[in-house]
Design a protein around this ligand. Structure first.
Ligand SMILES: [Zn+2]
Length: 300
């Protein structure tokens, strides 16, 4: 059995910065978790997993990191090196090549700077100006806003901007809110927010794995097959450059864990060895390598 574990934000809260209010896994807790995972499992690289280079009688663990945050280089990478461990990192191409921010990061940035009620009012203002046919109040009424972590308005705001509104409307309103409330340009923030190419190359030369997280971090099941294929092939073109045309194991981590039957066929067609989901389960050898389950760090 293999436990895949996924990490997103890892933060050093002792260092204050402009957007440091954003929640995440404190780096000391990350280190504690690595130590406790090491006691329970043998932590292996994704290459070892793919080549079955481990003792199958022992329960193993693979560490994965999504979205290419700068702290994956400055913090996680350091700790992995300290314990001589290898991680698998999944970076969407656009955050590096186009210097754009992921939608989910924009929402977090907005919430770190402005009160959720102010943001929600402004969202309503923009929505009504765009003249959408559907009544926003009715949409809001239908949202299940119960949560263990966030208040009602925050949940509504997150759900509207991350999933519920149609993609075009979401993108438009997110950008309007960013220009209303955030002084720094998207490029300036993205430069600090994400890992860069030389950092990726350095990590690869130290034995870390990089895989595809799509080009534009879109939900694959929302895309027609041709667009899915473009997301996949262009992300591997980017990785070929990062691996400097050396041979490497091809893996993919579906943005939002989202995929459909087209995605699975495209993996086979493009010789991609492994697809990571967000289904929280242990992996056993009877499972499809294109639908590998993964636990969140909070599950441990
Ligand atoms: Zn992601």
């Amino acid at each position: 059995m293999t436990n895949f574990v996924m990490y997103h934000y890892i933060k050093d809260f002792s260092k204050k910065s402009k957007y440091s209010d954003i929640k995440g896994l404190e780096v000391k807790l990350f280190e504690e978790q690595i130590k406790s995972l090491k006691k329970r499992f043998e932590i292996i690289s994704i290459e070892q997993f793919l080549t079955k280079d481990y003792d199958s009688k022992i329960e193993t663990c693979v560490l994965t990191f999504d979205d290419g945050y700068k702290e994956h280089y400055t913090l996680a990478n350091e700790i992995l090196n300290k314990y001589k461990l290898k991680g698998a990192f999944y970076v969407p191409v656009d955050v590096i090549e186009k210097k754009t921010l992921l939608d989910v990061n924009k929402v977090h940035i907005l919430l770190s700077q402005k009160n959720e009620n102010i943001l929600l009012n402004r969202l309503k203002f923009h929505y009504n100006k765009i003249n959408e046919k559907n009544n926003l109040d009715k949409i809001i009424e239908s949202i299940d806003s119960s949560s263990r972590y966030d208040n009602k308005e925050t949940i509504i705001l997150k759900k509207l901007l991350q999933t519920i509104l149609p993609d075009k409307t979401r993108f438009k309103i997110l950008n309007l809110l960013m220009s209303d409330f955030i002084e720094d340009s998207e490029t300036d923030i993205a430069n600090k927010w994400y890992i860069n190419k030389s950092e990726i190359k350095e990590m690869i030369s130290n034995g870390m794995h990089f895989g595809s997280h799509g080009k534009s971090h879109l939900r694959f099941s929302h895309l027609v097959r041709k667009d899915q294929e473009n997301e996949i092939t262009s992300s591997f073109k980017f990785l070929d450059k990062m691996y400097e045309n050396k041979i490497y194991q091809k893996t993919i981590c579906y943005p939002y864990g989202d995929f459909n039957s087209d995605t699975l066929e495209l993996l086979t067609k493009n010789n991609i060895d492994l697809g990571l989901t967000t289904i929280p389960k242990k992996f056993n050898n009877e499972m499809d390598m294109r639908i590998v389950p993964r636990f969140d760090t909070n599950d441990f």
